[in-house]
Design a protein around this ligand. Structure first.
Ligand SMILES: *[C@@H]1O[C@H](CO)[C@@H](O)[C@H](O)[C@H]1NC(C)=O
Ligand SMILES: *[C@@H]1O[C@H](CO)[C@@H](O)[C@H](O)[C@H]1NC(C)=O
Ligand SMILES: [Cu+2]
Length: 428
């Protein structure tokens, strides 16, 4: 007995001696050895001491959220095949669970999955004003993840897409190779025109990568897209029966898995956005690709670059983009990038909100920049399209209609402990 005990304590001692003790979150989130850590992954690892110090500083104020009990959001190809299938099952489940959105307002919502799409459409101003873009999307992903877990029995957390892993060949990547462990394949060849971009020639167009038609392979090949289109540029899609795009318009999922777009989301872009922009507005603008960096030949900004890795319909539609299930992987990555940026200097950055010098999100999906700007003039819009001008940022409410209760914008900044502890997750 005694002998065994001392062997155990000796090996513990040796373990501690032999090198850094593996942290709880690392052992719970193994990485896929096929993908060596990129510069952003390394940056993420390097923030953990800051995160620990920030948690210690906020002790008693993190609503019982700790690094030990925090959820872990992982990269898609770090998940095992079974874990990916389980995630896919949950998304398909959400797509076959009845909608909660009122039928008179959103006759086109076929499922709980569509409730989120409809919310992104009706709350577009709230979700995309400079004040709200980061925080409201953090909340949006959180409530989607919650629906997967609580309504569809999913035990994991929302995965993200590290674009850099797939830049060279997104079509054959674990995200989009069309296998049963992917998020569905590319779209068929079509007359997809590419996507206009707010940059001088020749960067004013993100060219088609050859797809744009219906997705024919993988778990979402039979998916029915119903809401929209509202701002898409994809040709030959029937118009929605309602001007607001909320009517029923059943059609296939269309994609143009696009390596040109992906090139604007290489890790060096993400790294530079985080490290070269200590100011929140500069970071925000860079994230949106504005203004174009001198000589940059992939100037889309990681936000648009990530969206147009799939583009298509509804993925390329400003309003309806969450109708492609890959949306949540992309915005998960963006949320991760925001967190890594925040944790460079939590004291000054954790509660910084873009605004004063933030540029308006460039028009996309066929929308002009002036139309975008008009949408953001009054920032809080409820489900009945009632607009409230906001005086103080601390009063700002993010209202996600029938998908989630309205919450204070400033309660969404702390990923570890925000919303009374409801937000409690890290990225690995
Ligand atoms: C934190 O945990 C303690 C002990 O379980 C509990 O009494 C308290 O209500 C919790 N606080 C919050 C904000 O959840
Ligand atoms: C990232 O690297 C690519 C080459 O792989 C280069 O063209 C681009 O300018 C770099 N971008 C930044 C922001 O460093
Ligand atoms: Cu959005």
């Amino acid at each position: 007995m005694r002998g065994i005990q001392s062997v155990v304590s000796l090996s513990l001692l040796l373990g501690a001696w032999a090198g850094p003790v593996e942290k709880n979150w690392q052992s719970k989130a193994p990485r896929n050895p096929a993908y060596p850590l990129d510069v952003v992954d390394k940056l993420e690892e390097s923030i953990m001491p800051n995160v620990e110090a920030w948690m210690a500083k906020r002790a008693g104020n993190t609503n019982n959220c700790t690094l030990e009990n925090a959820a872990i959001r992982r990269e898609w190809s770090d998940l095992s095949a079974d874990e990916r299938k389980e995630y896919i099952r949950a998304v398909l489940c959400l797509q076959s669970t009845p909608a909660k959105a009122p039928k008179d307002k959103v006759p086109g919502a076929l499922s709980r999955f569509d409730d989120f799409v409809a919310t992104h459409m009706t709350q577009a101003g709230t979700l995309h004003s400079p004040n709200n873009l980061f925080a409201a999307h953090r909340y949006f992903i959180h409530v989607y993840e919650k629906a997967l877990r609580e309504e569809c029995g999913y035990k994991g957390y929302q995965p993200y897409m590290n674009y850099d892993r797939y830049v060279d060949d997104p079509i054959n990547s674990p995200m989009f190779d069309g296998s049963d462990t992917s998020m569905g394949g590319n779209g068929a060849k079509s007359d997809y025109p590419g996507i206009a971009q707010p940059f001088p020639r020749p960067y004013n167009l993100l060219p088609s990568a050859g797809g744009g038609g219906c997705v024919t392979e993988g778990p979402f090949k039979d998916m029915v897209v119903s809401l929209g289109p509202k701002s898409t540029i994809v040709r030959n899609i029937p118009a929605n029966p309602r001007a607001d795009g909320l009517g029923s318009n059943p059609r296939c999922l269309r994609r143009d898995v696009n390596k040109f777009s992906a090139a604007g989301a290489r890790a060096n872009y993400t790294y530079s956005a985080i490290m070269d922009n200590p100011d929140i507005d500069a970071f925000y603008n860079r994230y949106l690709g504005m203004p174009q960096l001198k000589g940059d030949v992939h100037p889309w900004g990681i936000h648009n670059a990530g969206h147009y890795i799939i583009g298509g319909d509804p993925g390329g539609d400003f309003y309806c983009s969450p109708g492609d299930p890959a949306f949540y992987f992309h915005h998960g990555m963006l949320d991760r990038v925001w967190w890594i940026w925040q944790m460079q200097d939590p004291e000054n950055r954790a509660h910084a909100v873009p605004g004063a010098a933030a540029m308006t999100m460039p028009g996309h999906g066929g929308m002009s920049s002036s139309a975008m700007k008009a949408m953001f003039e009054t920032v809080d819009v409820d489900n009945n399209n009632k607009k409230t001008r906001r005086a103080d940022i601390h009063d700002a409410v993010v209202d996600l209609g029938w998908t989630a209760p309205g919450v204070k914008l400033m309660d969404l900044n702390e990923q570890l402990g925000g919303l009374g502890g409801e937000l409690c997750y890290i990225y690995v």
